[in-house]
Design a protein around this ligand. Structure first.
Ligand code: ADE
Length: 326
């Protein structure tokens, strides 16, 4: 605790910055948005990273940018194409906001704002994301505090300070984007929630908690739920239904029809996790003369994979495609 207070009260924690940044320079993970300085590309990465794990974003980021390489192409695209490209990342409101913000900027004919204050006026950009984009893409000296950084700061300073204020005082104003990402990196790889790796921590000597017994961070129990879907086939075509425009979750997206009565052949079982719930999913197969409901269509696999599908339906269809030669 004393060491930690010294870290802040010295007013210029330059040793901390130096050590953290040189660790980051050597040990940072090679992620596809690292080394980017284009505002649009950083913006896309930060929106994806808001609620999706790095490992998933890593797989999807390149495809999204190939499809929408700049602000103009994103603004021009119809929303369903953007949602289709977002499939698998979850929290589709982010894609809607990203698209809406691109259109606002395109209408203004203006570039992406360079300050956190101006960025935060756009849909989908809150305090954290605004600071992350402005510091990483434009070098604005703004501290960005996400969940990882909040934990790092709390441990460093013994929970004594407001994490945003503390992070702002620690920030390296010469390299704010790298500093913010170094703090995130430390939280993601070393200063872990349940079992921090203090022996591997580059800034352990500055830390108020290092070597002390940590209060266990409570782990929330995940909910378990069952779900059943129907895989209805007519030749090579599969029946898909569109969720109502008024649905709270994933409005207007396409999915397999739900099975209300379970019975028949189970074609596939899988697990799917969304926020705090693990879904145990069964897919029942059926072939024959079923009429499509009003909100349904029969489509062949290559065509329907271009629709904005829910993440779970995409997962089921991908597995189906890899198991059969559809
Ligand atoms: N989480 C949010 N932004 C990130 C970034 N730029 N690098 C790694 N993890 C992140």
């Amino acid at each position: 605790m004393k060491r930690a207070l010294k870290l802040l009260s010295s007013g210029n924690p330059s040793a901390f910055r130096r050590v953290l940044l040189s660790w980051y320079d050597k040990h940072q993970r090679a992620l596809p948005w690292r080394g980017e300085s284009d505002g649009y590309r950083i913006w896309v990465s930060e929106i994806m990273l808001q609620q999706t794990r790095v490992a998933v974003v890593q797989q999807r980021y390149g495809n999204f940018l190939r499809r929408f390489p700049d602000l103009r192409s994103l603004a021009r695209a119809p929303l369903p194409r953007v949602l289709a490209e977002w499939s698998g990342l979850g929290y589709y409101r982010r894609a809607r906001n990203l698209h809406a913000a691109a259109r606002i900027l395109a209408r203004r004919g203006g570039p992406i704002p360079r300050t956190a204050v101006a960025l935060a006026e756009l849909p989908g950009i809150g305090r954290y994301t605004a600071a992350a984009i402005s510091s990483i893409a434009f070098g604005e000296p703004q501290a960005a505090v996400d969940g990882n950084v909040e934990r790092v700061v709390e441990r460093l300073l013994g929970g004594a300070a407001d994490p945003w204020q503390a992070a702002a005082r620690l920030l390296d104003a010469e390299r704010p984007g790298d500093f913010n990402q170094a703090m995130m990196e430390l939280g993601a790889t070393t200063c872990l929630p349940a079992k921090p790796r203090c022996q591997a921590c580059p800034v352990a000597k500055f830390c108020g908690q290092c070597g002390q017994r940590l209060k266990r961070m409570p782990t929330r129990r995940r909910k378990q739920a069952k779900q059943a879907y129907l895989l209805l086939r007519r030749g090579s075509k599969i029946l898909l239904q569109q969720r109502p425009a008024s649905a709270r979750l994933m409005p207007g997206m396409w999915e397999l029809p739900s099975a209300h009565r379970t019975g028949g052949t189970v074609k596939m079982r899988l697990r799917h996790s969304i926020t705090d719930t693990d879904y145990h999913v069964s897919v029942f197969a059926s072939e024959g003369s079923i009429r499509a409901p009003l909100n349904g269509i029969w489509l062949a696999l290559p065509t329907l994979q271009r629709l904005p599908l829910t993440g779970l339906t995409r997962k089921i269809l991908q597995r189906l495609a890899s198991e059969t030669n559809l």
